[in-house]
Design a protein around this ligand. Structure first.
Ligand code: SAH
Ligand code: SF4
Ligand code: F3S
Length: 431
């Protein structure tokens, strides 16, 4: 029996896909395939965060249905499953089941039911442990919390993933140890607000905050690198920044999702911080950890964003000089507060702002990258890429490739940069 799985969206979805693969291979005897035409089960693990992928879902389902093996089953999982539920089967009656983002542990159950729809966002795994499967043996994604308690007015995630619940640190540490025993030297902690960790557990549990969790994890022998996403600027207190700076196992790359540089827009978004707070946290971070690289998420053309507000986003870009940005045009989402805001920005203006922002970032990035030429970075190699290249990341999250074979995978090497590209730097191993 063969399983084809397409994963959209964020790292949490990737981890959910790994969980589903584990359940299906161990309990149901499936093996994975990259070709949906030979699959007995086709799963799409969907994302709802912006409208485009959602509208593409039904055309994609149509193609799967037309070209699949005649008796192959189709399941829609993830965030769009959570928010559209039953409607998916109404619009695409050949879909066999719908399984929400909070319910992935029920994959075996729904597989044997006819047209099951499992989308309870209050559903809580009594145990957060699944059968395990990892796409990479060098790096392990580990959930530290599920759901989100914030109410950013543009965002659908709290509706698709439910309340924020932290996973007990003992389970996280065990999972990390297991991954390290299996050969991973890096772990990647996942949650919508990782630095709000420990606020609520599903049962009685010792109060452990994110800084303490990081301290405990860093004691694991054989574990060399810890990364995490996403921290929230609102919760970036001094304790967290100081732990980040002084703990040698924590990679010096911080994601600081700005969303907007305008305090007025941030208020409308209910982000809980101002432009000044954000810049103050960047200043503190750079003071404690001068080598840090900073990435961000920015939304342009949120309802009511004036030219002046947009200039504030550009101003923060110029002041912070982010190493990486993920930028999006605002997309109205169902069941969010901002869906009802009427002061929308023209599509043309939105497109122009996005291009302006991205062009500015390209300029900044070219300047940053130019300073990397000739520098040496410690790289952890994770992927084999075409033409006999192996790629990995530096501590501060730069993607670097060198000529080499799979012998380098899972190894740390010092690499001197010999040429610069926008998304990847090339170098040679020097030690
Ligand atoms: N928990 C994370 C974000 C998860 S969603 C945080 O708070 O940073 C990932 C990114 O998608 C967000 O940071 C935001 O930039 C973007 N996003 C979310 N909703 C959006 C919407 N309605 N329109 C456009 N971009 C959106
Ligand atoms: Fe969405 Fe805000 Fe929660 Fe991030 S913090 S997932 S943007 S509601
Ligand atoms: Fe992730 Fe998309 Fe859901 S970003 S949390 S898969 S809506």
């Amino acid at each position: 029996m063969k399983l084809f799985i397409e994963t959209l969206g964020c790292a949490m979805n990737s981890r959910d896909s790994e969980h589903m693969i584990a359940e299906l291979t161990e309990k149901e005897g499936y093996e994975t395939t990259n070709d949906f035409r030979e699959a007995d089960l086709i799963l799409i693990n969907t994302c709802s965060v912006r409208e485009k992928p959602v509208s593409k879902l039904f055309s994609e389902l149509g193609v799967f249905n037309k070209k699949k093996k005649p008796d192959a089953k189709i399941g829609v999982c993830g965030c769009t499953a959570s928010h559209l539920g039953e409607e998916i089967i109404k619009r695409a009656p050949y879909v066999n089941f719908v399984l929400g983002a909070r319910n992935v542990s029920k994959i075996s159950e729904v597989l044997h039911k006819d047209r099951a729809v499992e989308i309870d966002i209050n559903y809580d795994e009594s145990e957060f442990a699944f059968n395990d499967f990892r796409t990479s043996s060098y790096k392990a994604f580990i959930n530290i919390s599920i759901g989100c308690d914030k109410s950013c007015t543009y965002c659908i995630v709290p509706k698709t993933r439910g309340d924020e619940i932290s996973i007990p640190d003992t389970l996280i540490i065990n999972e990390a140890k297991k991954a390290v025993d299996a050969g991973a030297k890096e772990i990647f902690l996942l949650g919508q607000n990782v630095n709000n960790y420990g606020r609520r557990f599903s049962g009685e549990h010792e109060k452990v905050n994110f800084s303490e969790l990081l301290r405990r994890l860093s004691k694991i022998e054989g574990l060399e690198r810890i990364r995490f996403t996403s921290p929230h600027p609102f919760h970036m207190d001094d304790e967290f920044i100081e732990e980040f700076a002084k703990n040698p196992k924590i990679c010096k790359s911080m994601h600081m999702p700005l969303q907007s540089g305008s305090s007025k827009v941030l208020k409308e978004m209910k982000r809980g911080y101002t432009k000044e707070w954000f810049l103050n946290r960047v200043e503190k971070l750079r003071k404690e950890c001068p080598e840090v690289s900073i990435s961000t998420d920015i939304i342009v053309a949120f309802p009511g964003e004036s030219d002046e507000d947009f200039l504030d986003s550009l101003d923060v870009m110029r002041q912070v000089r982010f190493n990486q940005i993920f930028s999006f045009k605002y997309s109205a989402r169902p069941e969010t507060e901002a869906e009802h805001f009427t002061n929308t920005v023209d599509e043309e203006v939105a497109s122009l702002r996005l291009t302006t922002l991205q062009n500015l970032h390209t300029e900044i990035l070219d300047e940053i990258n130019a300073t990397s030429l000739g520098k040496t970075y410690k790289v952890y190699f994770e992927d084999l890429i075409q033409d006999y290249y192996v790629s990995g990341r530096s501590d501060d999250n730069i993607v670097i490739k060198v000529k080499g074979s799979d012998e380098l995978l899972g190894q740390f090497r010092d690499v001197k940069i010999t040429s610069i590209g926008r998304t990847i730097l090339t170098g040679e191993v020097v030690a």
